[in-house]
Design a protein around this ligand. Structure first.
Ligand SMILES: *Cc1c(COP(=O)(O)O)cnc(C)c1O
Length: 364
């Protein structure tokens, strides 16, 4: 077995956890990513020593040297997944092993050490258990954010010899303000997100930094999200800043861009492909061009487009804007295929439906 099996988590008591009445008030309308639970997990890595000092303790600021490598060369990766409250008072996570494996792949691309899968999942379980009272009831969930960064104090350019892995948790409501209405997207024809050979398939902060200017442009155009095209031809649809994209057609089939190193392999994306195929829907993982998107929307061959990811689950796209003009998908609102897949996925995640693929991971 990996070394992690031997790694014990040290528990540090919280001197002043949030009072229950205050927590209840926060959980009434948590928003997204603004409020946090009382605890966090930290695990250190040192070259030659491996992973050590696993701690579950009070959440708080971390001391950082101004020469810490991450502040200069951005060696940082992260994950995002949710824990849900179940009807029997328990808690589950959705496919945490997939996040653990993707975290390892991201680490490899960023020349960082691999965190064993069982240690990654154990860290999540510890945090969800200790902060169980922070899991919202109803539509909310507890968003878990594992991340790792280069902590060596050195300005030379090389992979760091020290890292800090942390997990924090944030109770969340719905990601978009009105989850039932479709969003508008801006197609970025100048700025790209990821190039062949780059870090597009790794979940690293640097990709997000590179997407923000396009996101700002989108906001200026009155759009909620950006759609990125491929960096080589500026022709093929890739994904959004933090979500994958699907197209649903008149003949009942669906399509999504293929993973080829420039697209983040979303766990929601993989789950939707599996669920759609369970339903007998043909799903093609093939390139789809911006021109074709516009033409198919105009002809009516394309019925629906949605974005997907852990934070927002499935989000219908109603309006597409670009410097070449705007177009609408269907009637500009969410439609049948999107709604069916969304409710099927959410019902599995929340243990309201059978889990034929064994995706749900019970915490307690
Ligand atoms: C995290 C992420 C996604 C969605 O991945 P999920 O595993 O479904 O949450 C899609 N695109 C990018 C760029 C991402 O960072």
């Amino acid at each position: 077995m990996s070394q992690s099996s031997a790694l014990e988590f040290i528990r540090q008591a919280h001197p002043a956890p949030t009072p229950p009445d205050r927590r209840t008030a926060i959980l009434r309308d948590p928003g997204f990513g603004r409020v946090f639970t009382d605890h966090m997990v930290t695990i250190r890595y040192t070259e030659g020593k491996g992973w050590h000092d696993a701690v579950i303790g009070p959440r708080g600021p971390i001391a950082m040297d101004p020469a810490a490598a991450v502040l200069h060369y951005s060696q940082e990766i992260f994950e995002g997944l949710k824990a849900y409250r179940t009807a029997d008072g328990g808690a589950v996570m959705f496919r945490p092993g997939e996040n653990a494996r993707r975290f390892q792949k991201s680490a490899e691309r960023l020349a960082m050490p691999s965190l064993p899968e069982d240690l990654f999942v154990a860290a999540l379980e510890h945090l969800v258990s200790i902060d169980r009272d922070w899991i919202p009831e109803g539509d909310g969930s507890l968003y878990l954010r594992p991340f790792m960064f280069a902590s060596e104090v050195f300005l030379g350019v090389k992979p760091s010899s020290e890292y800090l892995f942390i997990v924090i948790a944030s109770p969340v409501g719905s990601y978009f303000k009105s989850k039932d209405s479709a969003v508008s997207v801006w197609v970025s024809q100048d700025l790209t997100r990821a190039a062949p050979g780059g870090t597009g398939a790794a979940k690293c902060g640097g990709n997000y930094a590179a997407s923000l200017l396009a996101q700002m442009e989108a906001a200026k155009e009155g759009c909620e999200q950006v759609v990125f095209l491929d960096a080589t031809e500026r022709r093929w649809i890739e994904e959004l800043g933090g979500m994958n994209i699907f197209f649903a057609f008149e003949d009942g089939s669906m399509q999504t861009p293929p993973l080829g190193g420039t697209i983040l392999p979303g766990i929601t994306r993989a789950s939707i492909i599996a669920l759609a195929r369970d339903m007998g829907i043909t799903v093609r993982e093939e390139p789809y061009s911006f021109d074709q998107w516009r033409a198919d929307a105009a002809s009516g061959r394309l019925k629906e487009t949605f974005a997907c990811g852990t934070a927002a689950v499935l989000t219908p796209i109603g309006t597409v804007r670009s410097r070449d003009g705007n177009f609408t998908i269907g009637n500009g609102r969410s439609a049948a295929q999107t709604e069916k897949l969304r409710s099927t996925l959410i019902d599995i995640q929340r243990t309201r439906a059978a889990d034929p693929h064994g995706w749900v991971h019970k915490v307690f």
